[in-house]
Write a protein that binds this ligand. Structure first.
Ligand SMILES: Cc1cc2nc3c(=O)[nH]c(=O)nc-3n(C[C@H](O)[C@H](O)[C@H](O)COP(=O)(O)O)c2cc1C
Length: 223
């Protein structure tokens, strides 16, 4: 599969055949992924490979409260977990909401989980003084996460970039002995996907670009 095809077809795989993703195959995936950039090339990302079923079950269980909130907000027409618009969904409604299997089962059923953490002591968060949720810190770890998913896709495997577990970060850190200065960026269930999706629904270039200023005409060489 060439690079562009991998980029255009790396979908979120949440169902796995159970076919093993060997340590050798995973090593090769990570050996390609490690060329991702990080701020100042500080390379503060660390990856925990979890194959133990009891640990996977516990990570899935810890994802339940945040997943219920996600589903409850979605049902109420809200953008789940957004940091800008206050939620009108009550704690009681969230409590009553069934656990959405789509968000928790892949964590239980994947061949393995990759826990991506980053050492905050080496992350330049240039937006830390702004009056909004931090976004820049993630830029020093998500390229590594995405490179991993691209490399996995290229090797015939698949997974999903998930962040729902981060809502329970203290418990997940305790479970995995993650030291204090590290933040969890993503939990990636990985394995052999049941289906090979090839067509992703994404905006066209004209739909997410502007020229010269926000709101300017779409970037379109034909115009
Ligand atoms: C920052 C980020 C966080 C995400 N968190 C989750 C998650 O917690 N659980 C999950 O199942 N999928 C998660 N996803 C996957 C998205 O839901 C998925 O990429 C999107 O629905 C598009 O699906 P597709 O990639 O198959 O086209 C996340 C994706 C991103 C980029």
């Amino acid at each position: 599969m060439d690079c562009y095809e991998v980029m255009r077809t790396t979908f979120s795989a949440r169902e796995f055949t159970g076919e093993a993703l060997s340590d050798d195959a995973l090593y090769e995936i990570l050996d390609h992924a490690r060329f991702a950039p990080s701020g100042g090339n500080r390379q503060g990302g660390r990856v925990i490979v979890v194959r133990n079923q009891i640990t996977k079950n516990e990570i899935a269980r810890l994802a339940e409260p945040a997943s219920k909130r996600y589903a409850a907000q979605l049902s109420a027409g809200e953008g789940p977990w957004n940091s800008v618009i206050p939620s009108g969904v009550s704690d009681e409604t969230i409590e009553r909401t069934p656990v959405p299997a789509l968000l928790t089962e892949p964590l239980r059923r994947a061949d393995l989980l990759l826990i991506f953490v980053v050492d905050l002591r080496v992350v330049a968060a240039t937006d830390q003084s702004l009056d909004r949720v931090g976004i820049v810190g993630g830029a020093s770890i998500y390229p590594l996460v995405w490179n991993t998913l691209l490399a996995a896709r290229s090797a015939g495997f698949g997974g999903t970039l998930t962040t729902i577990s981060v809502a329970s970060e203290p418990q997940v850190k305790a479970l995995l002995d993650i030291p204090t200065p590290f933040a969890i960026a993503a939990v990636v269930p990985l394995g052999k996907p049941v289906k090979q999706l090839t067509r992703l629904r994404r905006l066209a270039v004209e739909d997410f670009t502007f020229t010269e200023r926000f709101g300017g005409s779409p970037f379109d060489p034909a115009e």
